[in-house]
Every structure is written in structure tokens, then in C-alpha cells.
Design a protein around this ligand. Structure first.
Ligand SMILES: Cc1cc2nc3c(=O)[nH]c(=O)nc-3n(C[C@H](O)[C@H](O)[C@H](O)COP(=O)(O)OP(=O)(O)OC[C@H]3O[C@@H](n4cnc5c(N)ncnc54)[C@H](O)[C@@H]3O)c2cc1C
Ligand code: FES
Length: 271
């Protein structure tokens, strides 16, 4: 679906991290299941030519009105996101989405462990909201380099999610990586938990390995570089396992994902 959205707000919530709210259609909100993403034309001209992909952080109805909206959280990483941070209220943005396949809740039993690294937190809020609706125990493990890389935890807490934090410089929560706070918890799950993770590739590889060691189901949301976002250019493929001679040995992140069962990916070849 392609929509022309009106920018409702664009606020820096922590140094280099922004939250943008855009109008949506009711149909968009219905289709925006947790983990799906949008492709946004960042500038007002054709430069940069390619849209940039962002997870849908939240959807809702504007307070006191009937207009549907969605939020993205983004980190200023380069040209596209820097341009996005200059966009102002009431400007129009060209959006494709919601795209891709999001998190599967078919394994929804036991404890739900959400693991986010930095901006990888973005797709996990909508997921936490959905899991809350099923009345499932949900914990969030989040990591970043320092306290500026940790945000929006109050919004997870409002959903009843228990949040645990690790920062590499020790400025918030425990000093270390997110896996350092996840490991002790995994020991207590007795194999009755599902992991949902999004963050840098190294973190995802480590989390997938831990899940395999503890025989836990694990879904990972990947952030490959994308050009078309709709399965045409094959610019986003990652190595996957061939389940049968007919199955390809790669996965298209935009169309087959961005969320995958961690066992479907060939982590050795992604190095
Ligand atoms: C499905 C999906 C969902 C995403 N959701 C979010 C989100 O919710 N919030 C958010 O901030 N970002 C998200 N990203 C990443 C985001 O799309 C990129 O950061 C953005 O496209 C960078 O554009 P840019 O023009 O600012 O940077 P560029 O000028 O294109 O690149 C700047 C630097 O960032 C690196 N880079 C660019 N894209 C990526 C990437 N995908 N992964 C790793 N490094 C990259 C480049 O190598 C370069 O070093 C998502 C990516 C995908 C595929
Ligand atoms: S970005 Fe073009 S196929 Fe995925």
C-alpha cells in the first residue's frame, strides 16, 4: 500500500534518536502487525532516490480525534535519516507499507523474552502490546553503548513489561552487553520461553546461539540494507538453510522477513 502521510510530530528523544508520528489509514493500522515495516522517502526531492526502511513502533488514533497514526523511532545514521530529522509538522511524506512478514505468535506459550540492541528496540513495542493482549508474561532485555542509547522504557513498563538494561559503559543498568543480562535469566526458563530479538547482526548471532543452546524458539528481525523493499531487486538477501532441493539457500529480508526463525538462517555464512 502506498500512502501520502502528514507529519504530525518529529522529536529528538535522545541525542541522535528521533520519534516521528505520521498519519495513517485505518487499513494501514489493521495491516501493521508487529515486526512489519515501512519504506519512507526521506527527502522532499528524489535525492536520496531510495526509500529507507523503518519498523512500525506504534499505531493508534490521535488523542481526541479520529485520525489514525503510526510512529517510527529512528537513529540518524547517514544522509536519509539526517534528512528525515529536518522534516517538520504538516509536511507530506510518501510511504510504502506495511511491508514484510512480522513476528509469529503461534508459539505463544511460556515466557516471552524481548531482546533489543539500540534502535533494535523499535519493532518490539508493538510486539509487547500484542503479547499483553494475550496476557503473556513478557520481559525486555535492552542494551546500548551508554544511557543515551536507551529510551522509551516507560512505555514498555506501562504495558506491564519488566525491563532490564545493560550498557557497555555502565551509565545505566548493568555494565556489559545485553547477552550478559540475558544469559542468567535463560538458565531459569527450563526451555519454556520464546525469544524475539532485533539489533545489530553480532547481537542477533549471539542470541540465536544462546537460544539453540537452551533449545528455545527464537525469532530475529534483521536490518539488511534495502533498495526496493518488495522482493524485486534481491539487494537484501541473507544466507539461509536449504530445507529441500527446491528451497533456495538465501532469504529475501524484505519479502520473506524481516522476521525469521533463527534456525532458518545460516549464521556461519553471514560472518
Ligand atoms: C526492516 C528494517 C527495519 C528497520 N527499522 C529501523 C528503525 O525502526 N529505526 C532505525 O533507525 N533504523 C531502522 N532500520 C535501519 C535503517 O533503515 C537505516 O539506518 C537507514 O536506512 C540508514 O539510512 P541513511 O540514509 O541515514 O544512512 P546511509 O547513508 O544509507 O548509511 C549510513 C551508515 O549506516 C549504515 N547502514 C545503512 N543502512 C543500514 C542497515 N540497514 N543496517 C546497518 N547499517 C546500515 C551504512 O553502512 C553507513 O555506514 C531498519 C532496517 C530494516 C531493513
Ligand atoms: S530490498 Fe529489493 S528484494 Fe529486498
Amino acid at each position: 500500500m502506498r500512502i501520502e502521510s502528514t507529519l504530525l510530530s518529529n522529536v529528538e528523544i535522545s541525542p541522535s534518536y528521533w520519534r516521528m508520528r505520521l498519519t495513517a489509514t485505518d487499513e494501514f493500522v489493521r495491516q501493521a502487525s508487529p515486526g512489519r515495516f515501512v519504506m519512507i522517502q526521506a527527502g522532499k526531492s528524489i535525492d536520496p532516490l531510495l526509500r529507507r526502511p523503518f519498523a512500525v513502533f506504534e499505531t493508534g488514533i490521535v488523542f481526541g480525534g479520529s485520525t489514525a497514526y503510526f510512529d517510527i523511532l529512528y537513529r540518524v545514521a547517514g544522509k536519509g535519516t539526517a534528512l528525515l530529522s529536518t522534516r517538520r509538522e504538516n509536511e507530506m511524506l510518501d510511504i510504502l507499507g506495511p511491508l514484510g512478514k512480522g513476528f509469529s505468535l503461534s508459539h505463544a506459550a511460556g515466557e516471552h523474552l524481548l531482546v533489543g540492541g539500540g534502535i533494535g528496540l523499535a519493532p518490539l513495542h508493538a510486539l509487547a502490546k500484542k503479547l499483553g493482549g494475550y496476557d503473556l508474561a513478557t520481559r525486555l532485555f535492552v542494551g546500548g553503548r551508554g544511557r543515551n542509547d536507551i529510551f522509551c522504557l516507560d512505555e514498555f513498563e506501562m504495558l506491564g513489561v519488566e525491563c532490564r538494561v545493560a550498557t557497555e559503559d555502565g551509565s545505566l543498568g548493568e555494565r556489559g552487553r545485553v547477552t550478559d543480562i540475558l544469559i542468567p535469566h535463560l538458565e531459569s526458563t527450563n526451555g519454556n520461553a520464546t525469544i524475539y530479538a532485533c539489533g545489530p547482526e553480532g547481537m542477533l548471532r549471539a542470541v540465536a546461539k544462546l537460544a539453540a543452546e537452551h533449545r528455545l524458539s527464537c525469532q530475529v528481525s534483521l536490518e539488511s540494507r534495502m533498495a526496493c523493499g518488495i522482493g524485486v531487486c534481491l539487494g537484501c538477501v541473507v544466507p539461509g538453510h536449504r530445507h529441500s532441493p527446491e528451497t533456495p539457500d538465501f532469504r529475501c529480508v524484505c519479502a520473506d522477513g524481516p522476521v525469521f526463525d533463527s534456525n532458518d538462517l545460516d549464521w556461519e555464512k553471514t560472518r
